[in-house]
Design a protein around this ligand. Structure first.
Ligand code: ATP
Ligand code: MG
Length: 551
């Protein structure tokens, strides 16, 4: 691939360095909230930050922004770490916003002392009404001029667990008339009688995300704090916070925003993905149809393919939708190179070679990879009775159909040329068996192989040697390009036929397949052996078809 020039974030960093910012002070972070599994949207942010770390040889922290104990869990922390490692990235420091709860609480107390924060004892509804709208300025809270001593006293009582959820909050005293709604005395702390997955029952008050995020970047001395576009208006607030706790020392984090990844036919919101899991519309977070990284892994998407995809889509400030086929193309490119070939018959009918002796079996040799002879060949047993694809036979051929039909000749891939003689149907009129005769001198790999030219080339598996297995074939999880756009809910766009499990016949070499093994099943696409596959009950998931078959 052609090497791209620096993206706009890299240009900003290069500019900072050119103006004297010391390269050794560069530091980045990826800041997930551990309230769900990472998805393909996070992939973009992960690659952006960790690639910067690699490019500038700078540390990248993995910081969990764990300020909402109601939604967060260690399960998610572990999964996030696992996923980032799986992608091939390693972080410098693992940290948690909860590591800074003491510091944040101390600063908040200082803000009260500096008359930059106050305890508000109204209901959240009352405060919401006073907040105004973007075009109508807010009203001052009746508690805005509360005495510092009183605010400090109540804040301490909140901290000590003497108040119930919703009775009081700590608010920054900024500007109720600001055109930026976020500046209208935002809440810094709320009472929450909920245990935290790390600090357990230590805290009765929890800091809000906005108060925590920017300060955590500062504590960690993150030089460039990168986030998605919707955080642009938060910059002003984070700047106000840093000024309020001044004098600050060292690096003042520079926030820059990039556009979110929106992928067609896909949802990238942890909350909505959690809803799909809870409503059992999918089989868990790692359902191969899910756009989560655990789902992608089980689907057979590889870290290499995902990283190639993020390279291709780049980083910019333009909000746009990426077509799902871009992701699939990246995957095909990587899998084509990585995967050995195997044969599978997905919709079998029988082919009987009438002139082939009943008890005879012979070896055919198929390359593991057509473009890489070093990967060697595998043996396939040919016999009188074979399975072939239903689609490889037509009673009455349509125009340009070169496969089997009465009187036509095709090659059994890696084997002989056969001529179709006749066929049989069941009572419903479905083809069950095709009868052929083989031309003995035409075996692939022998001097006579090319003596007869045929246009059709079909795959097969011996009835005696093939293995019964099943595969999951997937369609898009959502029927609409932008799920929910023209409906009341994105759930109205769900495709209830997005998974089809069918019995199939695999070539005998697949008996050795272990979970996570990946192959190209010739003519059918790339498949991965499922995590629950066993020798007795082999299951493959289709990662992607060979070509883009989506309309
Ligand atoms: P979600 O709505 O799915 O919970 P989030 O932004 O709230 O997403 P976080 O855990 O807070 O999830 O995100 C961690 C980082 O990943 C943030 O820096 C965020 O900007 C980034 N991120 C999340 N979704 C996307 C996306 N679709 N494209 C690019 N970056 C994203
Ligand atoms: Mg978030």
């Amino acid at each position: 691939m052609k090497k791209k020039g620096p993206n706009f974030i890299e240009q900003i960093i290069d500019g900072d360095i050119a103006r004297g910012f010391e390269k050794k002070n560069l530091r980045f972070r990826f800041p997930p909230e551990p309230n769900g599994y990472l998805h393909i949207g996070h992939l973009k942010a992960i690659c952006l930050n960790f690639n910067l770390g690699e490019k500038y040889n700078s540390p990248v922290n993995l910081r969990f922004d764990d300020t909402n104990p109601e939604k967060e869990a260690k399960e998610y922390v572990d999964a996030i770490k696992h996923d980032i490692n799986w992608l091939g990235f390693t972080w410098d420091k693992e940290s948690y916003a909860s590591d800074y709860f003491d510091q944040l609480h101390g600063w908040a107390t200082d803000l009260i002392k500096k008359d930059l924060a106050y305890i508000d004892s109204q209901t959240s509804e009352e405060m919401a009404i006073q907040k105004g709208t973007p075009t109508k300025q807010g009203e001052l809270s009746p508690f805005r001029n509360r005495k510092k001593e009183e605010s400090l006293k109540i804040f301490k009582e909140m901290f000590d667990g003497e108040h119930n959820q919703g009775e009081h909050v700590l608010r920054a005293k900024i500007d109720m008339a600001s055109p930026n709604m976020l500046m209208r005395d935002p809440v810094l702390y709320r009472v929450m009688n909920v245990d935290h997955h790390r600090t357990k029952g230590d805290w009765k008050v929890y800091p809000m995300y906005d108060w925590t995020h920017g300060e955590s970047d500062y504590i960690e001395q993150i030089s460039h704090s990168l986030c998605t576009l919707e955080f642009e208006p938060h910059r002003e607030l984070y700047d106000w916070f840093l000024d309020a706790i001044s004098p600050i020392k060292g690096i003042r984090p520079k926030q820059r925003e990039f556009s979110r990844l929106n992928l067609s036919y896909t949802i990238t919101s942890k909350r909505k993905l959690a809803e799909l899991v809870e409503a059992k519309l999918v089989d868990g977070w790692d359902d191969p149809r899910m756009p989560t990284l655990v789902g992608a892994k089980r689907r057979g998407y590889t870290p290499e393919g995902l990283r190639l995809f993020t390279d291709r889509i780049g980083v910019s400030k333009a909000d746009s939708w990426i077509d799902y086929s871009t992701l699939e193309e990246s995957m095909r490119e990587v899998l084509n190179h990585n995967c050995d070939r195997r044969v599978a018959v997905l919709d079998p009918i029988k082919l009987i070679i009438s002139n082939y002796p009943k008890d005879r079996e012979e070896d055919c040799y198929a390359p593991n990879h057509p473009q890489d002879s070093e990967r060697g060949k595998r043996k396939l047993k040919l016999a009188r009775e074979l399975w072939i694809e239903r689609g490889d036979f037509m009673e009455e051929p349509i125009k340009k159909y070169f496969r089997l039909f009465p009187g036509n000749q095709v090659r059994l891939r890696y084997g002989y040329v056969v001529k179709c003689l006749s066929f049989e149907k069941d009572v419903e009129g479905n083809i069950t068996t095709v009868f052929c005769e083989y031309l003995p001198d035409t075996k692939s790999g022998t001097p006579g192989a090319d003596s007869i030219k045929v246009k059709g080339n079909i795959h097969w598996v011996s009835v005696k040697h093939g293995i019964k297995a099943s595969v999951n074939l997937y369609d898009r999880l959502f029927k609409a390009e932008h799920p929910g756009k023209d409906k009341e809910s994105y759930l109205d766009d769900i495709n209830h036929e997005s998974k089809k499990n069918i019995p199939v016949i695999l070539e005998e070499n697949c008996i050795e397949a272990l979970p996570m093994d990946q192959f190209q099943f010739e003519r059918h696409g790339y498949f991965i052996c499922d995590t629950n596959s066993t020798k007795k009950s082999i299951l493959f998931n289709r990662t992607v078809t060979l070509r883009d078959t989506w309309k």
